[in-house]
Write a protein that binds this ligand. Structure first.
Ligand SMILES: Nc1ncnc2c1ncn2[C@@H]1O[C@H](COP(=O)(O)OP(=O)(O)OP(=O)(O)O)[C@@H](O)[C@H]1O
Length: 227
């Protein structure tokens, strides 16, 4: 479902004499349907860079990144937007708050954009918001003024609303209390059970051990640097 072949990434620092930093090289990774792979490795090894390349935020220098058959390295922006809408979800710790949109609509939106009828989308949004312990009195308000933890849970509800065939998870359980962490872990387990291919960064070791099938240490793709 998610396949990376011989992917490499360099950054050119235009404000520092065009210095070129090689971050990743020779990345090969295949994540099957129903499988969850954890990216590990020391800080700076390139975990976030790899996730951003899979999501199409960073373009790889070379190689191919296929998600459901489309190569994101070669894809046109329009195609990347379509993949993100239909195929590839991304759950981070932080909500990008859209002003004035009620929480219920924020969560239902990923379903609306793939054509799910309003009542069905809202029913799923309600179920997720209650599962994640967001009080019902908040559902009609914009999450702009919500606490950090509430925004994080709204973001998770939104991220799991549509049954994406592939998902990227960036520390989805970070800073959650035990009860909500448990809800998120079961959402990940449900996504796997319905066949989602998942790549994630989990600093929470117990969470990683529970939901991930294997770990890939990205430092093995770090180019040897001249001392
Ligand atoms: N936009 C960028 N421009 C230049 N260098 C970058 C950029 N993004 C990342 N890097 C560099 O790439 C390397 C890998 O960074 P990355 O954030 O992917 O590591 P990480 O493994 O996710 O680290 P952490 O666990 O600390 O989040 C670092 O040396 C970083 O400085």
């Amino acid at each position: 479902m998610i396949t990376l072949s011989d992917v490499s990434k360099t950054f050119t620092l235009h404000n520092q004499g065009s210095a070129v930093i090689e971050v990743l090289t020779g990345v090969d990774l295949a994540v099957a349907s129903g499988e969850c792979v954890a990216l590990t490795g020391a800080s700076g090894a390139g975990k976030s860079t790899l996730m951003r390349m899979i999501y199409g935020n960073y373009r790889a220098q070379s190689g191919a990144i296929r998600v459901g058959g489309t190569d994101l390295v070669q894809a046109e922006p329009r195609e990347i937007i379509r993949i993100r809408r239909e195929t590839l979800g991304y759950v981070s710790q932080f909500l990008r708050v859209v002003p004035r949109v009620p929480t219920l609509d924020v969560v239902a939106e990923p379903l609306r954009v793939v054509g799910v009828p309003q009542d069905e989308a809202q029913a799923r949004a309600r179920a997720l918001l209650s599962q994640l312990n967001i009080p019902e009195r908040l559902w009609s308000l914009s999450p702009t003024t919500f606490s950090g933890g509430e925004q994080q849970r709204v973001n998770i509800a939104r991220g799991f609303a549509h049954a994406y065939p592939a998902m990227l998870l960036d520390e989805p359980t970070a800073s959650l209390d035990a009860a909500n962490r448990e809800v998120v872990l079961s959402l990940i387990e449900e996504a796997k059970a319905r066949g989602a291919a998942i790549v994630g960064i989990f600093h929470d070791e117990a969470a990683r051990a529970r939901v991930c099938d294997r770990e890939v240490d990205v430092s093995r793709f770090t180019p040897a640097r001249a001392a």
